[in-house]
Design a protein. Structure first.
Length: 221
């Protein structure tokens, strides 16, 4: 998790975190999960407890709980196989969430992943830095990052009111924030691989590989 001071001369402490959207699933019993709220966010990094990792894997699997095409093979009939089938067979995976940017000193949010945004698109931040110079992160709110010269302007809701929180950071600051958030994701993938070996031994390698695809990361070894 990276922490930076704003380029403006204010006592901001800017944090970028990889967050996964959560939903209530009180009746889930395929493996241990932690307590979580509906429409909340779970920060992904290597410091999660096993129950929190279980929650994250459940959320990502649920995001992809669709009926795959016939060429992906028949759906298993057992509850675990059925729940994991989409995650393990769908070619394009989705993990609701993204990189959230907050000011920890004031609890002000400058980027919050909106509806339809996924962690699998986190590399859009690299487009802001080295490509098109602009990226949106879902809607409600419609957070946006725009590069203007050596500055990146972050706006919580570009389609909302005129008083939406806005902050400007240097390109180098944002580059480090993104790199550290990526490392947090990689750390989560590492502990999730260990978790899968313990809780889903028959599916551990496949689940870990699927999580890597869902998060657009290099698989753990």
């Amino acid at each position: 998790m990276a922490v930076w001071q704003s380029v403006r001369h204010h006592p901001h402490v800017i944090v970028m975190q990889a967050v996964l959207e959560t939903f209530a699933a009180d009746d889930f019993s395929l493996w241990p999960v932690g307590e979580h709220e509906s429409h909340g966010y779970l920060v992904l990094d290597r410091n999660l407890t096993p129950a929190e990792v279980g929650t994250a894997v459940m959320q990502i699997a649920n995001c992809n709980d669709f009926e795959p095409e016939e060429e992906h093979g028949p759906c298993p009939t057992d509850p675990l196989g059925t729940f994991l089938h989409g995650l393990l067979t769908m070619p394009d995976l989705f993990a609701a969430g993204g990189f959230r940017v907050t000011d920890n000193a004031t609890n002000t949010v400058f980027v919050e992943p909106g509806c339809c945004n996924g962690l699998e698109t986190w590399r859009d931040w690299l487009e802001v830095l080295d490509g098109t110079g602009c990226s949106y992160f879902g809607h409600d709110p419609s957070s946006v990052a725009e590069r203007v010269g050596d500055i990146v302007r972050l706006t919580l809701d570009a389609h909302g009111t005129d008083d939406s929180p806005v902050i400007e950071l240097s390109v180098d600051q944002v580059r480090t924030l993104v790199a550290d958030a990526q490392q947090d994701l990689q750390g989560f993938l590492s502990v999730a691989g260990t978790w899968a070996e313990q809780h889903l031994p028959a599916h551990a390698a496949a689940v870990t590989a699927a999580l890597a695809r869902a998060l657009d990361l290099v698989p753990t070894q």
